[in-house]
Design a protein around this ligand. Structure first.
Ligand SMILES: [Zn+2]
Length: 132
């Protein structure tokens, strides 16, 4: 019997974001209605992401890709690789948009959204929704 879900989620393996991502997906009413790809660097390996998406589409007919990046990602060398938070943020937004554009070029009927996570000095993880 066929079974379907709506969302295809991509996020980094980084354990510091694990609980917050689950909470975010629950708040957005995606948890339980999504395939989840957790891989170092999130969208960094675009070929891997496309391969997983192809399987998710075939098996579960997903309708929307949700790409979650984060600040201080070790797969990109961490925050120390950047001269400022703004530069790192711009870079990570660029990575998300590049992956989004690649996904939509191959699967134009899909929807896509992006978010960038960061750890506040208080330890709280916040998600910035990206509209672009
Ligand atoms: Zn990471």
């Amino acid at each position: 019997m066929a079974h379907y879900c709506k969302y295809f989620i991509v996020h980094c393996i980084d354990f510091r974001f694990g609980r917050a991502i689950k909470d975010y997906l629950e708040k957005e009413e995606m948890l339980g209605d999504c395939d989840i790809v957790s891989v170092a660097g999130g969208v960094k390996d675009a070929g891997l992401i496309l391969g997983q998406l192809e399987i998710s589409l075939k098996l579960h007919n997903v309708q929307e890709a949700v790409l979650i990046g984060h600040i201080d990602c070790g797969a990109y060398g961490g925050s120390g690789e950047f001269v400022s938070f703004e530069q790192e943020r711009e870079f990570q937004l660029g990575e998300l948009k590049k992956a989004r554009d690649m996904i939509l070029a191959k699967y134009p009927s899909l929807k896509a959204r992006m978010a960038l996570a960061k750890i506040e000095p208080s330890g709280e993880v916040i998600f910035e929704g990206i509209n672009a």
